[in-house]
Design a binder for this molecule. Structure first.
Ligand code: MG
Length: 377
């Protein structure tokens, strides 16, 4: 955990929980999940109570990491009493990611090849532009910060961004329309632009009022419009909106995503790879989306481990225009900047396919030692 993190903001990069798997030869694989570290740790260390509530080490010790999909099922079945959704799946996601990292190192191939191989020849991140919560700043100050970050993102090679408009009651809906139009003007016509509304509305009528008025802004998708669990509201909004509706950023597994597609009718699902079931599950989710004419744009606001997962996901999964990327050059965060390396370059909007084994990143062990919160070293 970052020692001086501000708790009343919405920055998920201030702490993480890292799962590390080690094989007989001493090779290691790492994964992370975006969930409270102490609770994940407790879940991973719980003693076996019965066949549906097992300690995960019992499943993993002696297993072969290349059988990640088979192991996913054993982990899911073995923890489905306390797990199945939410925290249990978050923990399993971190393990699954670590299995791909380790198997990739054992077989000397990048993780995306273990996911079935490349479906494109370069990957396309979008840079999330988050000025932070207002904390007393005026809307003008927030817009200036957004403008600075737009420029930084474009300077660093991004050609796709997402404007976070978590302005709450600092602005009316009418004013919000103007701000989004201003955002589009700042970017020009050639940059892909999504908008995250941060769960602004409690009914689809109000959301539609704004979306109708920004229809000319060429928005890739509208994220977090309605309350997360209001699937019927999402369906009404999706049917009427001139802009594609995103959702499901807190959803886990293909089963929940199926609900978002069949009942919620969204055009874009946004599960986090480290929360929704890992690399195994995100591929299955992508396959499911293809059948529904929908796309996957994974949420990813964590450390460079999650960013690396995004790269491998995008390499291996076709139905996805972009994936979320926290750029350490645009958003200042100690863990995002220093926890893992190397950080691939973005050029003309794209990154090269990963070419190192596993996730292709190295953990900064000194930083881990310095920032560990579990008393070990
Ligand atoms: Mg979001």
């Amino acid at each position: 955990a970052t020692p001086d993190a501000i708790a009343d903001d919405l920055d998920g990069t201030t702490d993480t929980v890292i799962v590390r798997l080690t094989d007989e030869a001493g090779r290691t694989g790492i994964g992370e999940t975006d969930a409270p570290p102490h609770v994940v740790k407790a879940f991973l260390e719980m003693p076996t109570a019965h066949l549906w509530s097992r300690n995960v080490n019992e499943v993993l010790i002696g297993a072969d990491p290349i059988e990640a999909t088979g192991l996913w099922q054993k982990l899911y079945d073995g923890t489905f009493w306390p797990g199945r959704r939410g925290l249990g799946i978050h923990a399993i996601s971190a393990i699954d990611i670590a299995l791909y990292d380790l198997a990739g190192k054992q077989h000397d191939v990048p993780a995306y090849k273990l996911m079935g191989g490349a479906r494109r020849d370069r990957v396309r991140p979008y840079c999330t532009i988050f000025p932070g919560m207002a904390h007393g700043r005026s809307i003008e100050e927030l817009m200036k910060e957004i403008g600075r970050k737009f420029e930084a993102a474009i300077d660093h090679g991004f050609r796709a961004v997402k404007m976070e408009v978590l302005f709450d009651d600092l602005v009316t809906d009418r004013a919000l329309v103007k701000l989004i139009q201003r955002g589009r003007k700042m970017l020009g016509d050639d940059i892909l632009m999504a908008v995250d509304f941060g769960y602004r509305w409690h009914n689809w009528h109000d959301a539609l009022w704004v979306l109708d008025r920004i229809r000319d802004c060429d928005i890739l998708f509208a994220e977090a419009t309605l309350q997360h669990d209001d699937l019927d509201g999402h369906a009404e909004l999706s049917r009427r909106s001139p802009i594609r509706i995103g959702g499901a950023e807190a959803a886990a597994t293909r089963f929940e995503i199926r609900e978002w597609l069949t009942r919620g009718k969204v055009g874009v699902v946004q599960p986090n790879i480290g929360r929704g079931g890992g690399l195994t599950e995100i591929r299955r989710i992508a396959d499911l989306c293809e059948l529904h004419g929908a796309e996957v744009v994974p949420h990813g606001w964590k450390t460079g481990i999650t960013s690396a997962c995004g790269r491998h996901f995008h390499a291996a999964c076709a139905p996805s225009p972009v994936f979320e990327y926290v750029s350490p050059k645009v958003f200042d965060s100690l863990l995002r900047r220093e926890l893992v390396s190397p950080e691939p370059a973005v050029k003309d909007g794209y990154m090269a396919l990963p070419d190192r084994p596993g996730l292709g990143i190295d953990l900064n062990e000194d930083l881990v030692k310095r920032l560990r919160t579990d008393g070990k070293s």
